[in-house]
Design a protein around this ligand. Structure first.
Ligand SMILES: [Zn+2]
Length: 247
């Protein structure tokens, strides 16, 4: 612990990699947790680009439910501590970036300013026509989703006509919006990954918090930093496959 404090005291730019563990404490079920099921579907069968093209109403109901869960939760002690730490560092000309796999937006709600959401955010939309990405905290996001999205398989689906689902607010577009999250089977945003690489190449301390380092590419971020000889500290409840790389 003393060694860790010395390293922290010297660090000018800290990269923090977070995962489901920081949000589990807030009560937000993760993709893999809680049986990973909504109505009768497994998440990996419903959070896909094919499922969205086939039945955008179903996928919007599912994300409406997820947004509801996020909006009724508060940031955890871990989210708040990281936001506080960033704010203190900034006062001394030092910096922190959070690179998160979570899509729940709780880091930003906790007050963190510099957050890279590598899997996107349920609080953002992306237009399938013009590509516009926008932050959207309206709940429900459109009138037709009011009271919908129950995970109970016995409650029938809403089958909302596509013109009543969330639509792009660009006046000459009005295209269908989708949640700005990385669906199963999609690749990560390459611009965002370039930013992540830059942060990993320039940080002088890396913290890995609440992630089991199993999901790629995030699983390699810590080892990548460690291979430059930069200290990496892991904060997890259990030993993970990458623990051997870290201090
Ligand atoms: Zn648009």
């Amino acid at each position: 612990m003393t060694k860790f404090q010395e390293v922290v005291a010297k660090a000018k730019h800290i990269a923090v990699i977070t995962g489901a563990g920081v949000s589990a404490e807030s009560g937000v079920p993760t993709f893999k947790g809680e049986g990973g099921q909504w109505k009768k579907w497994q998440y990996q069968d419903i959070a896909t680009p094919e499922a969205f093209s086939r039945n955008p109403s179903r996928i919007w109901e599912f994300y409406h439910h997820r947004r509801h869960l996020v909006l009724t939760q508060k940031p955890s002690a871990a989210h708040l501590a990281l936001a506080e730490c960033e704010s203190r560092l900034r006062k001394h000309g030092r910096s922190m970036v959070i690179i998160t796999q979570n899509i729940d937006d709780l880091h930003r709600q906790a007050g963190s300013k510099h957050v890279l959401n590598i899997h996107g955010s349920v609080m953002e939309t992306r237009c399938v026509s013009c590509g516009e990405v926008a932050v959207n905290h309206h709940h429900p996001i459109c009138a037709s989703l009011e009271g919908k999205g129950s995970p109970d398989p016995d409650i029938p689906e809403a089958d909302i006509p596509v013109d009543q689902l969330p639509r792009c607010e660009q006046s000459d577009c009005r295209g269908l919006l989708r949640p700005n999250v990385v669906f199963f089977g999609e690749t990560l945003d390459s611009h965002l990954l370039t930013k992540v690489e830059k942060e990993l190449d320039t940080c002088d301390l890396c913290l890995v918090v609440g992630t089991s380092s199993i999901v790629y590419p995030a699983a390699m971020f810590g080892p990548q930093v460690a291979s430059r000889g930069v200290p990496v500290a892991e904060f997890n409840m259990v030993t993970t496959p990458k623990t051997e790389y870290f201090m």
